[in-house]
Design a protein around this ligand. Structure first.
Ligand code: GAL
Length: 816
């Protein structure tokens, strides 16, 4: 809700002379006061908050726990999981204390603010139902916790430093199907401009024509003026390439209305793609006569894409299929609190996987994620809703849908329609409205809103009610029909769909726990074990879902299937299927990587298929099975090579080759199903298509745990008080083999120019807090997260555990 208040008379009188001509953007990240619970008068400027906790934002008030299965207990029948009766779900939202009210307060110094200026607050997302107060008066509110919104607070500000910002947030019980986080979990910005200015998300840049020699760029820039009155203004725009060289310029006088339209030409454009994430910047300066009123930057990429009947998806003229993952917004041990280094690490891991697309399931992403996808090369399906009018949970988005859905879509599209990475918009996921005649009507209304705001991108959604999708007609409405978990019905869908293609909008939902292997090895649905873990042989799924290979086969065999978005890239807090009814279990088992960001075996199954630039050769399980001597212990290889020979203690177990088969696993994995365990080693020798031995991989039986090894994802950090290193701790034997059963508790000491931030071991059943520098390794490993301070220097990290040689590592932080 953008409040377009005029400068109040009071402020005009009290104002100092307008000095700043340009925009000033302040990140409101420090010196917030926070209190959990509802507090009367907390919005009042003179409220005494000294005793409140001092926090920095982004902040997730619930991630500190403690975990408790009674938090947000839900007695529900989960329809999309095909449940027949309501049962009690304990960890559905992660078992963390996010429910209730929370208040944040902060001083708002607006240096030099005075007449002729505008002040706007931008919230990237606030969980949830934020009500924002400035100097005791309500500036506005936004219902949906995942969306970005801005509020014009000009009329509420006093000159000087004495302004107070207060935000009240409230999270309801039974409002979510996963952990939503709590509080100001995304950034808050203050934007101060001249009152003649370009508003928040005020540009819309498109590239309507692209050839090898030139790209046409159309930039529409909206301006706001006092009273909305048109006035003579000029906009000078220059486009710079990635090296900062000016490649196009233009200058435009405002003739009528309040929108400039500029057309520029970029010669020899370098095209954006996941493999070549080249970005350009359009820098605009707004002048009234000779006076500079505003300066605004729009980052963009030049790329074209098409979704064509009978052809499918192509990017820059090259047909390709989406190698995508669905991700939730939480960052595991960091909770929902957004952190750029954590997101960058996720994307780095996904890039190595060969993944080229993310679906922001099932809500709007943080702007930091979208910017990183632009920069690092990752296509995005930006999703909006998990519910429309018909609820999935008692207090979910359905309560807001009628009033808010259009406003939510408009903000989403305006926020991200200039981003190169954004390829499509999703208007929903598995909404129960698929099953009635109103569903297609709502879908059309939402799709039309998105088209109105951005005619350049198609609209999709995740459909799961296959028969109803055709019976009531929603599948035919969408630009891109997306199906969740329906590889076996793709041919039927394609025969009926007018679009001539479809997308695997959500696939697989295979469950596994990193490093855990169960015997006998067999395909199973909803398989449960007494330890609340799932097997990493990657053969276990849910009643509605599949193993990865089943989707691969459908993707490979059926034309016009445009790729997949696997559920999920990373494990996330909440939804601990198949243990929804069993506590303790606070997080998902679906991830290709675990909750701490460590790859599971499945990582290599996808990498072998997706990463075409680098070879993959990975074997499982681990080979430390005291007590299993002589017992059948199958060995699988996930590899990009077509064939390999397995040796157990030097003895050949024969050569396996991927090939046509009715069993999808045999097409995508090499499997030696009858191997008998004997301690020692397993080794595969992989052969290329010409039959040449090209690579080997060996796993040895581990000896007794001997030492802790620390490996950091990055050792050079920026001293900005935010940058993070993710340090994997491994319990190894004296020869450096991972001890796969180790469960030692490790204690971390961090000294010097950084501090301990959080810890995670990827064990969904662990109730140890993420914020204490101590945790048990899970299957021999955990990840400690260390944060840079704001002064450059060395950071020493030490991990201790009784009976093990300590592990140490040194990081360096450097001022920017
Ligand atoms: C889907 C749903 C996802 C998640 C997944 C688990 O039905 O869209 O949000 O619940 O199932 O398999």
């Amino acid at each position: 809700m953008l409040l377009k208040n005029l400068l109040s008379a009071t402020l005009l009188l009290a104002a100092t002379a307008a000095t700043a001509q340009n925009r000033h953007e302040y990140l409101l990240d420090s010196n917030w006061k926070f209190s959990k619970g509802d507090v009367p008068n907390a919005a009042k400027p003179d409220f005494a908050d000294a005793k409140w906790q001092t926090v920095s934002v982004p902040h997730d008030w619930a991630i500190t726990g403690p975990f408790d299965g009674n938090n947000d207990l839900q007695v529900v029948k989960i329809e999309q999981n095909q449940e027949q009766k309501a049962t009690q779900k304990s960890g559905r939202t992660g078992g963390l204390p996010f429910i209730g009210t929370g208040w944040y307060r902060r001083k708002l110094a607006v240096p030099g603010f005075g007449s002729g200026q505008r002040a706007v607050l931008v919230f990237d997302g606030a969980m949830s139902d934020p009500h924002v107060f400035v100097n005791g008066k309500e500036a506005g509110h936004w219902a949906y916790g995942y969306n970005s919104f801005s509020l014009d607070i000009t009329s509420l500000l006093k000159p000087g430093d004495g302004n107070v910002l207060a935000v009240r947030l409230q999270n309801q019980s039974e409002a979510s199907r996963w952990y939503p986080g709590a509080g100001l979990y995304r950034n808050v910005h203050l934007v101060v401009t001249d009152d003649v200015h370009i508003p928040v998300w005020g540009t819309y840049l498109t590239t309507p024509e692209i050839t090898a020699t030139q790209a046409k760029v159309t930039l529409k820039t909206t301006v706001e003026t006092p009273g909305g009155k048109p006035q003579p203004l000029r906009l000078d725009t220059e486009i710079r390439d990635a090296a900062g060289k000016v490649v196009a310029t233009t200058s435009t006088e405002l003739t009528n209305g309040l929108t400039f339209e500029q057309n520029l030409t970029v010669p020899q454009p370098k095209l954006w793609s996941p493999e070549t994430p080249v970005l350009y910047t359009a820098s605009s300066k707004l002048y009234a006569g000779k006076v500079l009123k505003d300066a605004y930057k729009t980052t963009f990429g030049i790329r074209s894409f098409k979704f064509e009947k009978g052809v499918g998806f192509s990017l820059n003229g090259q047909p390709r299929k989406f190698k995508g993952v669905c991700n939730h917004h939480d960052l595991g041990p960091l909770g929902a609190a957004i952190n750029t280094a954590a997101l960058r690490r996720q994307l780095t891991l996904l890039k190595d996987l060969g993944c080229d697309a993310i679906r922001t399931s099932h809500n709007m992403p943080a702007p930091e994620l979208v910017a990183l996808c632009d920069e690092m090369g990752m296509m995005l399906m930006v999703e909006s809703f998990d519910e429309w009018k018909a609820p999935k949970v008692k207090n979910g988005y359905s309560q807001y849908f009628d009033e808010w859905s259009e406003k939510d879509l408009v903000n989403m599209v305006h926020h991200y329609r200039n981003n190169a990475s954004v390829i499509m918009w999703s208007i929903g996921n598995e909404v129960p409205d698929q099953s009635n005649a109103n569903g297609p009507i709502i879908a059309k209304r939402l799709q039309d809103i998105v088209h109105r705001e951005d005619p350049t991108r198609p609209v999709t959604m995740g459909l799961d009610r296959f028969d109803d999708d055709f019976k009531y007609g929603i599948a035919a409405v969408l630009d891109i029909p997306g199906f969740n978990y329906k590889p076996h019905r793709y041919p039927e869908a394609l025969a009926k769909l007018p679009q001539g293609f479809l997308l695997g909008s959500e696939t697989a939902s295979t469950v596994s726990s990193r490093g855990v292997y169960k015997f006998p090895v067999e395909k199973a649905k909803q398989k449960q074990y007494p330890d609340n873990q799932s097997s990493s042989y990657d053969l276990e799924a849910c009643v509605w879902s599949q193993t990865p290979d089943e989707e691969f086969a459908a993707q490979d065999d059926i034309p016009n299937v445009m790729g997949e978005f696997v559920w999920t890239g990373f494990d996330y807090l909440g939804e601990p299927t198949p243990y929804d009814e069993k506590w303790p279990s606070h997080s998902s088992y679906f991830g290709i990587l675990d909750l701490a960001g460590m790859p599971k075996d499945r990582y290599y199954l996808y990498r072998a298929r997706w990463n075409t630039a680098k070879p993959t050769l990975h074997i499982l399980p681990h080979w430390t099975w005291p007590g299993r001597e002589g017992q059948t212990t199958p060995v699988f290889a996930y590899t990009s090579y077509p064939s390999a020979e397995l040796f157990v203690n030097g003895q050949s177990q024969g050569r396996q080759t991927k090939g046509p088969s009715t069993e999808p696993q045999s097409r995508y994995r090499l499997m030696w199903k009858d191997v008998k365990y004997a301690p020692g080693s397993i080794k595969v020798v992989a052969y290329d298509a010409q039959g040449k031995a090209v690579a080997t991989e060996e796993v040895k039986t581990a000896g007794v745990p001997h030492h802790i090894k620390l490996v950091a994802d990055r050792t050079a950090l920026t001293a900005d008080g935010k940058d993070l290193a993710f340090i994997t701790a491994r319990v190894e034997d004296k020869d450096g083999n991972l001890c796969p059963d180790a469960a030692h508790s490790l204690s971390f000491a961090v000294s010097g120019a950084g501090s301990f931030r959080a810890i995670g071991n990827g064990d969904a059943t662990s109730l140890e807090p993420f914020q204490k520098p101590q945790m048990r390794v899970f299957q021999g490993q955990l990840v400690a997260i260390v944060q840079a301070g704001d002064k450059g220097g060395a950071v020493q990290v030490k991990a201790n555990s009784t009976g093990l040689q300590a592990g140490t590592i040194t990081l360096q932080t450097k001022a920017r």
